[in-house]
Design a protein around this ligand. Structure first.
Ligand SMILES: NC(=O)C1=CN([C@@H]2O[C@H](COP(=O)(O)OP(=O)(O)OC[C@H]3O[C@@H](n4cnc5c(N)ncnc54)[C@H](O)[C@@H]3O)[C@@H](O)[C@H]2O)[C@H](O)CC1
Ligand SMILES: [K+]
Length: 480
């Protein structure tokens, strides 16, 4: 599990550790790790490589200078471009010059040094950054196009805690981050600015809290979560997932949700809704209930919402499902009909799976506000309504009412295909029925769904294609 810790948490840990160390020792550890990463990116062709350091006014710039000195000692031609000359960097500049490097102001000389560099080190701003890049930095960053760009701690201009990018920001080929991943490095849009992530241990471990702010499921974590079909031969013991989806207008959503559910590990899928003919024609094994969900046979979890429409039958179906005592996943039209306050008193778990627009409606925000602050939005959804919330996006986030937010690393923009959310709902509901807690079902569902889409992309995706790919993905992941 890749874990992320917020800026304040990292700073507190750094302060505690610095009290035990000689002045500047922590920065030397960071600089050593940064220099080693740069050397690797240069393919160990450090001797003769042209390196430009973008040096901001804080310790982020200090890291860059001391790393630059180490690269200069290995024969690189290193030029520090000082964005705001000040006394703060006397030590680093002395070290750089002693090693044969030089420093120039952020003017024509600086732009030229960057424009002909093989490697540019972004030491403009790190966890002390506020807002996007400033104009003089922007010009230098533009001059860096064509070079390898390594961001120090995080790409300058992104928000380390939220992953927001509120202005111009560096796009790095790699980011060398110190002590702990910051949540912003794991969440879009900042994640795509960071490039390949590399964590340098500077000894913060003992001073970081047990519980991180964020965690990203890896392959092995999901494999451990998946229900083992062989263990329960009896289909009813492996859980039956009920799917309430589709309408005369959208029968396809029912087919897609059932397709996802059949790939999710439950023993059987029970469909209750007006699109039974379309569903059974495609998936004859589906158990079908003609009447409302309340009259349906026993299920271990419900999925309600995809293509449901908003007529009286839809309202009744949602009410029936929420009145049940099993976990319920509410998606799509179900979210539009939902009175979120009504779910707080449910005995069993409720999982909401909105995209940004649906989350915005539930939170009374504009879609752009949710997109700009995804981490706080998914937490707000979970905590305000006492639910587990999955916020869809190219980085899907999952939050329970407390504990770390889960971030899905397999997300891909390809998933913004009509109907792919219906497949995800069915898949995740089936994992709920198989007994996974909502946080795990949603995390594993998003992981498998993203993996299936990645394997099919960049060919144009069909959602039914993603559902069919899920079977392959399941086998791959569960075989570890
Ligand atoms: N603290 C430690 O023990 C270690 C820190 N590491 C590195 O230090 C930075 C954090 O350093 P800090 O001085 O707190 O802040 P920054 O260098 O990130 O920047 C603050 C500096 O930048 C100015 N500033 C703010 N916003 C902008 C902006 N948008 N553009 C330009 N300049 C901006 C602000 O005024 C301040 O002067 C951390 O990220 C690590 O890289 C070591 O790595 C480990 C030990
Ligand atoms: K930086």
């Amino acid at each position: 599990m890749r874990t992320g810790y917020g800026v304040e948490t990292v700073r507190a840990a750094e302060r505690a550790l610095m009290e035990q160390l000689p002045e500047g020792a922590l920065m030397q550890r960071a600089a050593a790790g940064l220099a080693a990463a740069c050397a690797e990116l240069l393919g160990r062709r450090v001797y003769g490589a042209r390196v430009a350091l973008l040096v901001g006014s804080g310790d982020n710039g200090g890291d860059a200078l001391y790393a630059g000195a180490r690269l200069a000692r290995r024969g690189a031609g290193v030029t520090a471009v000082l964005l705001s000359p000040g006394r703060a960097h006397d030590g680093g500049l002395r070290a750089l010059r002693r090693a044969g490097g030089r420093a120039v102001p952020a003017d024509g000389d600086g732009v030229r040094a960057v424009a002909c560099a093989d490697l540019v080190v972004d030491g403009i701003v790190g966890i002390g950054g506020r807002g996007g890049l400033r104009p003089e930095a922007e010009e230098l960053v533009r001059a860096a196009e064509g070079a390898l760009v390594v961001a120090v701690d995080l790409p300058s201009g992104v928000d380390a805690d939220s992953g927001e990018v509120r202005g111009p920001a560096v796009r790095a080929d790699a980011t060398v981050t110190f002590g702990a991943y910051k949540p912003g490095l794991l969440v879009d849009p900042a994640r795509e600015h960071a490039g390949a992530l590399r964590l340098v241990d500077i000894g913060l471990g003992p001073w970081l809290p047990e519980e991180p702010e964020m965690e990203a499921l890896q392959h092995a974590d999901v494999a451990a979560l998946l229900p083992r079909p062989a263990a329960e031969s009896d289909k009813y013991r492996r859980g039956v997932v009920g799917v309430v989806a589709g309408s005369a207008r959208y029968p396809g959503a029912a087919v897609l949700a059932v397709a996802g559910a059949l790939s999710g590990g439950a023993g059987a899928v029970r469909y209750a809704g007006p699109a039974a003919d379309a569903v059974v024609a495609r998936f004859p094994e589906t158990l079908v209930t003609a009447g409302p969900p309340g009259k349906a046979g026993r299920v271990q979890a419900w999925v309600v919402g995809p293509g449901l429409g908003d007529d009286a039958a839809a309202h009744q179906a949602l009410e029936d499902v929420l009145a049940s005592d099993v976990p319920v996943l509410v998606d799509a039209d179900g979210l539009r009909l939902l009175d979120p306050e009504a779910v707080r008193t449910r005995a069993a778990e409720t999982l909401l799976t909105p995209h940004a627009g649906e989350a915005a409606a539930l939170l009374g925000l504009a879609r752009e506000e949710v997109e700009a602050a995804r981490l706080s939005s998914v937490r707000a959804l979970a905590r305000r309504f006492g639910v587990t919330a999955l916020l869809k996006g190219s980085t899907t986030l999952v939050a329970a009412t407390s504990g770390p937010v889960r971030v899905n690393p397999t997300g891909t923009p390809w998933l913004a295909t009509a109907g792919s959310g219906d497949v995800l709902s069915g898949l995740t509901g089936s994992l709920l029925a198989a007994g996974l807690p909502a946080l795990d079902a949603a995390s594993a569902g998003a992981y498998l769904h993203g993996l299936a889409a990645r394997r099919l992309g960049p060919a144009p995706l069909t959602s039914i294609g993603v559902a069919e790919e899920l079977r392959e993905v399941w086998l791959d992941v569960s075989s570890g």
